[in-house]
Design a binder for this molecule. Structure first.
Ligand code: ADE
Length: 246
């Protein structure tokens, strides 16, 4: 659908280093504050975008997602790092979420399944179209990509036992701290979204050191994958919302 009107794509990362290069590449940047969140409206390679650094954790991610929706985002892409939960998912590869679930939601004492509140998954399913575009962008950079469940919680996982439990309980291949909150809010608001995590560590006792080393590379990786994503998805998935509301 080349030539169709494209909407505003929200680009989100948790930490400054995850969005810094994207921020620097924006043209016509304009700061706006919505729901107490500082967002940058601008253009990336001619595409209208809204950029946000959410802060770490699920509450920050949920609030930022709501702010981006209110500011006029037509779709949302979350990029950043994650820990591997599967032996075949190596440091440096990319995991693109199919489904996201909050691994620390636990009311099993009352007979609910883990990660479920009132029969509803605390998370959501990513848009296949957006996820395909993200995967294609990562592959065009030479990255190995995986698709699967990503589990989110307000914990940096550094324990093989805990990592194995999350993998087993949710069938998850990667763990991080924001994606399922984004997914839950986007699902409630009907906002299509996708999540990509570059694997920085294996959620084991070395995770903090591995994370610290890998994170140096993340700014450029995120910028490259977002550029590829916008080029690939142009005109196909964003609907027609081109207005950024102040
Ligand atoms: N993000 C990157 N690595 C992680 C880990 N081990 N646990 C939670 N979030 C992460």
């Amino acid at each position: 659908m080349a030539g169709a009107p494209t909407g505003v794509t929200a680009i989100v990362g948790a930490m400054d280093v995850e969005v810094a290069a994207v921020r620097q590449a924006l043209t016509q940047p304009r700061l706006i504050t919505v729901l107490g969140c500082e967002l940058t409206a601008g253009q990336l390679d001619g595409h209208p975008v809204l950029l946000a650094e959410s802060g770490i954790g699920k509450v920050n991610a949920a609030l930022t997602t709501a702010a981006l929706a209110q500011a006029g985002a037509a779709s949302l892409v979350f990029v950043g790092v994650g820990g591997s939960l599967a032996p075949g998912v190596k440091v440096g590869s990319a995991v693109i979420a199919t489904t996201l679930v909050q691994h620390d939601v636990d009311i099993t004492a009352f007979g609910h399944d883990p990660g479920v509140i009132s029969g509803v998954l605390a998370g959501g399913e990513a848009s296949p179209a957006l996820s395909d575009a993200l995967a294609a962008a990562a592959e065009s950079l030479g990255a190995t990509t995986h698709r699967g469940v990503i589990a989110s919680g307000d914990q940096f996982i550094t324990s093989p036992d805990r990592a194995a439990a999350i993998a087993r309980q949710f069938g998850a291949v990667a763990v991080e701290m924001e994606g399922a909150a984004v997914a839950q809010v986007c699902t409630r608001l009907g906002l299509p979204f996708a999540v990509l995590r570059w694997i920085s560590d294996s959620a084991d006792t070395q995770a903090d050191t591995d994370f610290g080393q890998f994170v140096q590379r993340i700014a450029q990786l995120d910028l490259a994958v977002i550029r590829g994503f916008l080029a690939i998805s142009e005109g196909e998935i964003n609907g027609s919302n081109t207005d950024i509301q102040p």
